[in-house]
Write a protein that binds this ligand. Structure first.
Ligand code: PBG
Length: 327
């Protein structure tokens, strides 16, 4: 015969399952949460239907609930009661993340907590670092000042028992500085998930609504990556591995599957991909308009991110996906 009958692998669901090359599991997903000050607070985020800013008491309840579906890894973003010029809310003694992490670790068993380490949610100007002015009045983000603060934030989170810190500011040397500070303070087992190749992307819009963290002037292009680059992403990743990251990341995921694929083949290192807020919002609004079935496209998207080579997928769809994977 002149051709291959590949359809024999597709005759029914059971046979298709046998030949599936990619298997999405609930153990692959990480669910992000937004935490706010106060008690019994649940605020909807209009651009992210189904996602809320939660106070820590409700967050603990929520975590206990989603754990029933098998999800046990969570990424926390804090929204402080008050922002300032240098983001002190990110590491103050009674900072939102410290208090929340302590509470979760006290009340929930078998849970992995990853905390975002950045300044954008805590600063009035919304930048991920310390803003300085050149003599000519131009502003810039001071890299070396910023990484000192990021290291302080990381240590403060480690003190409250988190499993991973995840520096997302895209400052040079941030992983090295954080690793040194964690070790210097005896936190040898606190791991680092580096946002290694994080692109300056239009897909972060809804997230900035959630955190109220849009930059008040300028943009993030002097620190986040230029989306025209792939080789540079490999350099960023290589740096993070050298500096001591335990997990590397590509972010966003969908327009960057080539970056995920290249990184996974090149480094064989634990790799996360962040299915970001705009990717979530896009699907939600398309489904609301009846364009397609949410379950179909979400499982297709998450599987494609895994097929590209991601070991972990950070996604706001984690809860739904876990439910669907159970069925
Ligand atoms: C910045 C940060 C961003 C996200 C997480 N941390 C992006 C940004 O505002 O530049 C985006 C996550 C998402 O869109 O879901 N520290």
């Amino acid at each position: 015969m002149e051709f291959n009958r590949l359809r024999r692998y597709r005759v029914n669901e059971t046979i298709r399952n046998m030949f599936a090359e990619t298997r999405l599991s609930v153990k692959d997903v990480i669910l992000p949460f937004f935490v706010i000050e106060g008690k019994n607070k649940k605020e909807p985020i209009p651009s992210m239907p189904g996602i809320y800013r939660l106070s820590k008491d409700l967050l603990v309840r929520e975590i206990k609930d989603v754990k029933k579906y098998g999800i046990n890894t969570f990424l926390l973003f804090g929204i402080p009661g008050k922002k300032d010029g240098t983001g002190t809310g990110a590491y103050s003694k009674n900072g939102i993340i410290r208090e929340t992490a302590l509470e979760i670790k006290e009340k929930v068993e078998d849970v992995v907590i990853i905390t975002d380490v950045c300044l954008c949610g805590y600063t009035t100007h919304g930048h991920c670092g310390i803003v300085k002015k050149e003599k000519d009045g131009q502003f810039y983000i001071d890299n070396d000042e910023t990484i000192k603060i990021l290291a302080e934030i990381a240590v403060s989170h480690a003190e409250s028992g988190v499993d991973f810190v995840a520096p997302s500011a895209m400052m040079d040397g941030q992983v090295k500085k954080i690793r040194e500070s964690l070790d210097g303070n005896g936190f040898y087992n606190t791991r680092i998930m580096g946002y290694s190749a994080k692109y300056a992307s239009g897909f972060y819009g809804p997230f900035r609504d959630a955190l109220d963290s849009s930059p008040q002037f300028g943009d993030r292009k002097t620190y986040q990556m230029d989306y025209r680059n792939l080789e540079q992403a490999m350099k960023e990743i290589e740096e993070d591995i050298k500096e001591g990251a335990d997990i590397i990341m590509v972010k966003p995921a969908l327009s960057y599957l080539d970056v995920i694929k290249t990184a996974s083949e090149k480094y064989k290192f634990p790799l996360a991909a962040y299915n970001v807020s705009g990717e979530y919002g896009m699907i939600k609004s398309a489904c609301r308009q009846g364009l397609f079935k949410e379950k179909d496209v979400v499982l297709e998207i998450l599987t494609s991110i895994k097929r590209a080579g991601a070991d972990f997928i950070i996604t706001y769809f984690a809860r739904e996906a876990a439910k669907w994977l159970q069925d």
